[in-house]
Write a protein that binds this ligand. Structure first.
Ligand SMILES: [Zn+2]
Length: 288
């Protein structure tokens, strides 16, 4: 960050009293590398996983080797809620995104909301600015959406400024458009710290807990958008106003397509096979 811009940021967003809040270890370097060294603290919410017992210890080992001293982890188990949300027609709940197809994990996901909220309420006292996940969970991650919901809820009580990164993907685009009215015209473009991010990525990879693409290449700049909302007095977007969004193309099969592929296609095939067998049997009987 150049000196002049840093001075503006220090003045407007009081970076010395600011915090990054992310869901998982590695989110901080993927979406916030440009401000990691400027903020007062980086809080990571989730560490372990009941489904993947090795993940927590691996992540702990990586955090023990972390080159920055301002990182702390709430050490809450992630909800392990894979699939289940409808990203084509998404519905937001108080706790994150609705997961109608995974009622088994939904209660863990919901409980995590309250646990994270309770823990962060203490951490955010006196904080001036929070950098955290965006309303559509960047590329479309349910726990990123959840952390956004927690932070947004706490903003009503604690009144900090909220900035989120502008990343989105083909998976999260519907949710992004649903929430476009949250975007304010106050956007900040900052140089990503690729050297630092690559150094920390290597630690995560060596500890077997890098959860993103191995060939991921950082853009040269992050864009942060200031949340528009009643509690936050920033200026809403005007008609024809342009603002930058960073698009990520990911591999994504919608729930509907997955249901079609995994359930409907075998059911239709089975039914057709049955009908063809019946027809063959009928003609065989006739010719005999
Ligand atoms: Zn994450």
């Amino acid at each position: 960050m150049d000196t002049k811009f840093r001075a503006v940021m220090m003045d407007k967003y009081e970076l010395g009293k600011s915090i990054i809040i992310v869901a998982h270890p590695d989110d901080e370097i993927l979406w916030f590398s440009s401000v990691m060294e400027q903020v007062n603290k980086i809080i990571i919410c989730f560490l372990g996983s009941l489904r993947k017992p090795d993940l927590g210890p691996s992540r702990k080992a990586a955090l023990d080797r972390y080159p920055l001293l301002n990182v702390t982890c709430l050490d809450i188990n992630q909800s392990d809620i894979f699939g289940g949300a409808n990203w084509i027609n998404p519905t937001l709940t108080d706790y994150g995104i609705a997961v109608p197809n995974r009622p088994d994990s939904a209660s863990i996901y919901r409980n995590n909301y309250f646990e994270v909220r309770q823990r962060l309420a203490q951490e955010l006292l006196g904080v001036s600015t929070v950098f955290s996940h965006n309303p559509w969970g960047e590329y479309g991650n349910k726990e990123h959406v959840q952390i956004y919901r927690v932070v947004k809820d706490l903003q009503r009580e604690l009144n900090f400024k909220l900035l989120f990164p502008s990343y989105f993907s083909n998976k999260s685009s519907s949710l992004m458009l649903q929430n476009i009215d949250r975007v304010g015209s106050d956007t900040i473009v900052l140089k990503t710290d690729i050297v630092l991010a690559t150094q920390i990525k290597k630690i995560y990879q060596e500890c077997n807990c890098w959860t993103w693409y191995n060939n991921w290449e950082w853009l040269s700049e992050d864009t942060f958008i200031r949340e528009q909302g009643r509690e936050d007095a920033c200026v809403p977007l005007k008609e024809f106003e342009v603002f930058p969004l960073n698009f990520i193309q990911i591999s994504f099969v919608s729930t509907e397509k997955r249901v079609f592929k995994n359930k409907l296609v075998p059911a239709i095939t089975e039914r057709l096979t049955y009908i063809i067998k019946k027809i063959v049997t009928y003609f065989r009987t006739k010719t005999n």
